[in-house]
Design a protein around this ligand. Structure first.
Ligand code: KG4
Ligand code: ZN
Length: 329
């Protein structure tokens, strides 16, 4: 079963070919980050126009690297939400066009469902039930996957997403866009205990809040203009990691599930990964950490999720549209 996946929900134009929902035959990601960097964040109109320019070459590279023709694929999938409307339309239109031309069924995939399936691509033993923390630029949520395609959202952010906090703090520190990798790098030279930033809602259930933490960083820099930037980055990152991992382990405990997974761009964070390995080990939980390439946006995760969706639910009608605020449950 060969699935061609397409991902264009934000600022990555990606296409991939995955066999049997588990084996990556090719995965091509064209990042537009450099184009958006000078604006300090993703500009939706620039993203849509760039997806239009990149989608055909990216699709061509994905099929060539997989050694297949478009006509060889058994299904074609695209992320149909949530995301930027003009960006989603490009990937979904390409997938539908291929479906019409080749007769392969079309499958629309939820972006977070795909982040959940990323973990299954590298670990042959990974599978439900599991609890996943999806931490990306637009979302922060804790999801229990009881079975394939059966999800319960256990918690989510009440304001900013974790990645959004990384990006905003990085912009304030003058580190550019995207901010997460820049803070991750700088934090390795700083002291995570230097500043006791707040851990919002740490003891309070499974929801998250990052807006107050971001404000605390800005306030600290205003009152301590000579603060060591690496210490600020490391201390901010430590606060985010503390909240994220504490809540992920709490979610596993309350749901009685013993496999914990991370996904989304922030799951590439070095400190977050190290802390998860330590804490899961101490708690007797199994931790699944997808590689950096599979944490950040890619199309292999779209193809993987589509494989399970096609087998259990069937194809998505070709008149199905996009939904910028599509819900997981
Ligand atoms: O999942 P993703 O690639 O796109 C969305 O669906 O949003 O996540 C992008 C987010 C950005 O906010 C970026 O700053 C953050 O992930 N990110 C990181 C790291 N790499 C990417 N945050 C912290 N540490 C990293 N190493
Ligand atoms: Zn994402």
């Amino acid at each position: 079963m060969l699935v061609l996946g397409i991902e264009t929900s934000c600022d990555e134009t990606a296409a991939a070919v995955v066999a049997d929902g588990r084996r990556i035959r090719s995965s091509v990601v064209a990042s537009q980050a450099d184009l958006h960097a000078r604006f300090g964040g993703v500009v939706p109109e620039v993203a849509s126009r760039t997806h239009v320019e990149l989608i055909i070459p990216v699709l061509a590279q994905a099929t060539v690297e997989a050694g297949v023709e478009l006509g060889d694929v058994d299904a074609v999938a695209a992320c149909h939400g949530p995301g930027l409307a003009g960006a989603l339309i490009v990937g979904v239109s390409a997938a539908k066009a291929i479906s019409l031309a080749t007769g392969a069924p079309y499958v629309g995939v939820h972006h977070h469902e795909a982040h959940l399936y990323a973990a299954l691509l590298e670990d042959p033993d990974a599978g439900p039930p599991l609890v996943t923390l999806v931490v990306s630029g637009g979302h922060t949520l804790l999801v229990a996957m009881d079975d394939h395609l059966r999800y319960r959202v256990l918690g989510q952010t009440v304001d900013d997403a974790a990645g959004e906090a990384f990006d905003k703090v990085a912009r304030f520190l003058g580190l550019g866009y995207p901010g997460g990798p820049a803070i991750d790098r700088l934090a390795t030279t700083g002291d995570p205990h230097a500043i006791a930033f707040p851990r919002p809602m740490l003891d309070d259930g499974l929801d998250f809040s990052f807006s107050g933490l971001k404000t605390a960083v800005v306030q600290h820099l205003r009152t301590h203009p000579d603060a060591e930037v690496a210490d600020v980055a490391a201390s901010f990152q430590a606060a985010v990691v503390d909240v994220c991992i504490t809540k992920l382990l709490r979610a596993a405990q309350v749901s009685g599930i013993d496999t914990v997974v991370i996904g989304g761009g922030v799951a590439a964070n070095t400190a977050l990964r190290a802390r998860l390995l330590d804490d899961a080990d101490a708690a007797g939980l199994r931790a699944v950490l997808p590689s950096h390439e599979l944490c950040t946006d890619n199309a292999a995760m779209i193809a993987a999720a589509a494989d399970y969706r096609l087998a259990r639910v069937g194809p998505t009608p070709l008149d199905g549209g996009i939904d910028p605020s599509l819900r997981l449950d």
